[in-house]
Design a protein around this ligand. Sequence first.
Ligand code: ZN
Length: 486
Amino acid sequence: MKPHMERIGALNAALVLFEWDDSTLAPPMASEQTAGIVGSLSAQLLAESTDSELKELLSEAERRSDLSPKWKAIVKEMNRQQRSLEKIPPEEYRSYRELLARASSIWQKAKKENDYAAFEPVLRQIVEYTRRFAQYRREREENLYDVLLKEYEPDFTCKDLDNFFGLLKKELVPLIRRAKKESEKIDDSFLHRSYDVEEQAKFNRYLAEYVGFDFDRGVILESEHPFTTNLHNKDVRITTHYYENLLESALFSTIHETGHALYEMGVDDDLTLTPVGGGASMGMHESQSRFYENVVGRSRAFWEPIYPRLAEAFPEQLKDVSLDDFIKAINKAVPSLIRTEADELTYSIHILIRYEVERLLMEGQVSLEELPRIWADKYEEYLGVRPTTDSEGILQDIHWAGGSFGYFPSYALGNAIAAQLYFHMRKEMDFDGLLREGKISQITEYLREHIHRFGMTKSSRELLRETTGEDFNPEYYVAYLKEKFE
Ligand code: ZN
């Protein structure tokens, strides 16, 4: 089985590198022709993953009772991938991948020019492919969205999500309204002064390293939309994005992506080059990034030892700003239009909106023309703000251009998992004390020990149960936000 695994791994790595390159270094005109190369590699990957010899080896292995937990997980994961891929006609899969390779630059241009009509035909094709593939893959009368969810959150169904988002809607919408009044009094104008981008880059490198990013095993570049990718636990790549007049944007993107990177860097050597070398689920991955970004990164204890360094990097811009002013400003919670710039309190409502829109799309209950309006209506209903352009509405996210329908809920689940872990960790250690003393590595060590090192050999809910002694429980998330914002 190993030679198969190696070939699949190598093709995956090549695709990861092309994706990385496309978002960071590739010249603007590259994508049209490079799409063909990506299409061909994807076709090879599909052929390798559904190879008949591999299929036999896998079903043989599935019947064996003497497999180690690692191999059991590998066989399970490879079987899952094979079963989901073999149901898709190879020609369709290839044209789908080619479509995706072109789509991101079309989306980028449409977003820049506020031109939904330019993106709509591509989006329509992606939605059609997504629905068709989900129909091929579904078992029995399974809901199409459940089929999509399985790719990212095998432990959760639409039913779980309906309960989860129902709780958030009930608890958070009124809390957001109450917090808004207090938040509006906070002056965060200093975050919008002019911050030299070179200086920001220097500080962000320091910040990533302080949080635990290992530059011997990782790289940071810039991209439009910050993300993390990796080849294995010794080659983990993250991006951030600098805005001259938005100091906090890059800071929290960097901390967020560093959280993802720590997860990948923390996977055991024994697992990293196998099919189960990634995170347990996207939600578990987001729980780590959002844990660092919010629970850690927006706390006073975290900034106490390092705020002087930030103030030193920007002596003019921050000369009249105390640590307390800074902490208040980075925790200001006022509803806004853009998910990636949203504060911690309103963030999951942005996700709730996307979840509802995606469900409608997958159930075929809405036309592509109506989408911008439905989007805007939901923003108005839940957050009290309404986008006036499509760039700050329906076109803001890269996900659909990448075919990632069903991914958004992972962000909100990640928030909830992060809060649950936090409540538990507070009982296990002097959380704030460690941060105040600059001993963040001890917090990371705990997460590595309980979560990171296992890769995908345990599922997200399994990890939660084993770490906290309790199944997924979103009440902690609500309690966390109430404690902080009320
Ligand atoms: Zn993330």
